[in-house]
Design a protein around this ligand. Structure first.
Ligand SMILES: *Cc1c(COP(=O)(O)O)cnc(C)c1O
Length: 391
C-alpha cells in the first residue's frame, strides 16, 4: 500500500467489526500523553472501571487489558483450565469452534457440542451435555457469533452452569453494549469483550470481567498447574489494580482516552439499556429492510439473530466480491463477506457502536440495493427503506 492509503480508508465501515469508530472517540485518542503513575490518570482509570462495571452489570472490577480481545479469551483458559479438566465447548460458529483448541492447549479434555452455523445452541442441548458430563469444570461459548450473525442464550446457559457449579467462559466480544449481559445476576465467571465492537472505539483492548469464583480458581490453577504468576496471561498481576488501584503495566493511554469517550457516549445516551435498545433497533431495521427488498437472512430465526451484525444470503448468480467491490469503490461503504465455508455465500452488515444507528442502516440498505442493481439484480429499495423506517 502506498502512502496515499488515507484516500482508501472507507468513508463508512459497517463490517463485522471493527466498524467506523465514533468521531468523539477518535478526537479523544489524539490527545497528548499523561503519565500513568499520576493521580489524574488513576482517577481516569477508576472512572473507566466504574463505567465498565455498569456495562457488565457487576460489582467486581473489570480488567482493562492491553491486547486484542483474543488475548482476554486466551487469559481465561490460561487461568481457569488445568490439565485433565473436562471443558464443554459450545460451537455455533467460527469463534466457538476455534476456542476448543485454546482449551486443549492448556490441557482441557474438551467435549464438543456443535450446531450448524446458521442457528444457536439451545438450553436443552446445554442441559443434555451437563447431564452427560457431571464432572465438567468449565463450559465455554460465544455469546454473539459475529462470523455468522447468530446469538446464543447467554442468561439461560450461565444460570444453568452456575446452579451446577460449572465455571463459564463467555466470548461476548460483539455482545457487551449491544445485547443484554447481566454478569452478577446470571452468575457468569469470565466474560470478555473488546473496545472495537459495540463500544465503537478502536481495536486493541480486552475488557475482562471476573467473578469471585474465577479469582479463586485462578489462584488454585496457578499452584496446581504451576502457571507462572507473573505471565502477561495471568490474571494475578491485576490483583494490584483490584486491591490497590495500581495498574500492573503501562496502560495503552490513547486507547484508555478512547474507551472513556466511548463509555461517556453510552452513559450520555441514558446508560447500558439505551445502548442495547439502539443496537436492537438497528438490527430490527436492517432485518426488516433486507426482507422487504426480497433478500434472505442467513440465520434461521429472529430469536437466534445477533444485535450487532446481520448476515444476508448472497442472491443466486451474484459474486459477493464484485458486490462488495462496488460498495467499496463507488460508495465508500465497506461491509464483510463470509468466512470459511460461508465465503461467497453470505455478506455481513455490522451495526455496532457508531454504526448502530438508523442513519447508517438506511445508508447501508440503499448502497446494497444500488450495487445489486448495477449487477443486474434490482431489488425493491423503496419497500426496503419503508420497512426499515417502520421496524
Ligand atoms: C471480534 C471478535 C473477536 C476478537 O477477534 P479479533 O480478531 O481479536 O478482533 C472474538 N470473538 C468474537 C465473537 C468477535 O466478534
Amino acid at each position: 500500500m502506498t502512502s496515499d492509503f488515507h484516500a482508501r480508508i472507507p468513508d463508512l465501515m459497517m463490517a463485522s467489526g471493527p466498524c467506523s469508530a465514533y468521531p468523539r472517540v477518535l478526537s479523544a485518542m489524539g490527545r497528548q500523553m499523561m503519565h500513568h503513575r499520576t493521580e489524574d490518570f488513576v482517577e481516569l482509570m477508576l472512572s473507566v472501571d466504574a463505567d465498565l462495571s455498569r456495562l457488565f452489570r457487576t460489582r467486581n472490577r473489570v480488567l482493562p487489558v492491553e491486547g486484542e480481545s483474543i488475548l482476554g479469551l486466551e487469559m481465561a483458559a490460561y487461568n481457569l483450565v488445568e490439565p485433565g479438566d473436562v471443558c464443554i465447548n459450545l460451537a455455533s460458529g467460527y469463534y466457538g469452534a476455534g476456542y476448543a483448541r485454546v482449551l486443549r492447549g492448556y490441557g482441557g479434555e474438551v467435549v464438543d457440542v456443535s450446531v450448524p452455523y446458521d442457528t444457536s445452541v439451545s438450553i436443552d442441548q446445554v442441559r443434555g451435555a451437563l447431564d452427560r458430563h457431571p464432572e465438567a469444570k468449565v463450559l465455554a461459548f460465544v455469546h454473539s457469533e459475529t462470523p455468522s450473525a447468530s446469538e446464543n442464550p447467554m442468561g439461560d446457559i450461565c444460570r444453568e452452569c452456575r446452579d451446577r457449579g460449572v465455571l463459564t467462559i463467555v466470548d461476548s466480544v460483539s455482545g457487551v453494549g449491544g445485547s443484554d449481559v447481566r454478569f452478577d445476576d446470571w452468575g457468569v465467571d469470565v466474560c470478555v469483550t473488546g473496545t472495537q465492537k459495540c463500544l465503537g472505539s478502536t481495536p486493541g483492548m480486552s475488557l475482562v470481567a471476573l467473578s469471585d469464583r474465577a479469582w479463586e480458581r485462578t489462584r488454585a490453577v496457578a499452584v496446581d498447574a504451576g502457571r507462572y504468576e507473573r505471565s502477561y496471561l495471568s490474571f494475578l498481576p491485576w490483583r494490584r489494580w483490584v486491591d490497590e488501584d495500581y495498574v500492573p503495566y503501562t496502560p495503552p493511554i490513547s486507547s484508555i482516552y478512547g474507551l472513556k469517550a466511548a463509555l461517556d457516549i453510552i452513559m450520555d445516551e441514558g446508560g447500558v439499556d439505551a445502548s442495547i435498545a439502539r443496537h436492537e433497533a438497528a438490527a430490527k431495521a436492517t432485518r426488516a429492510g433486507i426482507r422487504a427488498m426480497g433478500l434472505e437472512l442467513w440465520v434461521d430465526e429472529d430469536a437466534h439473530m445477533a444485535n450487532s451484525v446481520t448476515a444476508v444470503t448472497v442472491p443466486d448468480g451474484i459474486d459477493d466480491r464484485r458486490l462488495r467491490g462496488i460498495m467499496d469503490d463507488e460508495y465508500g461503504l465497506h461491509i464483510s463477506g463470509g468466512l470459511g465455508d460461508e465465503a461467497g455465500r453470505l455478506i455481513r452488515i455490522g451495526h455496532m457502536g457508531y454504526t448502530a444507528s438508523r442513519q447508517k442502516v438506511v445508508t447501508a440498505l440503499g448502497v446494497l440495493a444500488s450495487a445489486l442493481a448495477e449487477l443486474g439484480r434490482p431489488v425493491d429499495v423503496a419497500a426496503g427503506l419503508e420497512a426499515a423506517a417502520g421496524a
